[in-house]
Design a binder for this molecule. Structure first.
Ligand SMILES: [Zn+2]
Length: 88
């Protein structure tokens, strides 16, 4: 009962998504369960009007970039783990 499509919770926005290996094997494409491309849901509201808001936005962007990298790596590990399990 092996199925190619697996559902994972997105580690960035917690939404359930499907992962598909990119053709060039550089990573994963993310899809919503309805098949549309997954874009992280932004749950944070930005009502910061001070001058530090730009800095915060930059830092948030950096954090999100790193999170999405981790997200991809963990997804890869999860996929590989289940591949190993299925071969045992
Ligand atoms: Zn997401």
């Amino acid at each position: 009962m092996a199925t190619m499509e697996r559902v994972f919770p997105c580690l960035t926005c917690k939404k359930e998504i499907r992962l598909e290996r990119k053709a060039d094997n550089t990573g994963w494409n993310k899809f919503n369960l309805d098949g549309s491309a997954h874009i992280h849901e932004n749950k944070k509201s930005n009502n910061n009007t001070t001058s530090s808001s730009t800095q915060v936005a930059e830092l948030t962007k950096k954090v999100e970039t790193l999170e999405s990298k981790i997200d991809t790596l963990i997804a890869q590990i999860t996929m590989l783990r289940s591949e190993v399990k299925s071969k045992k």
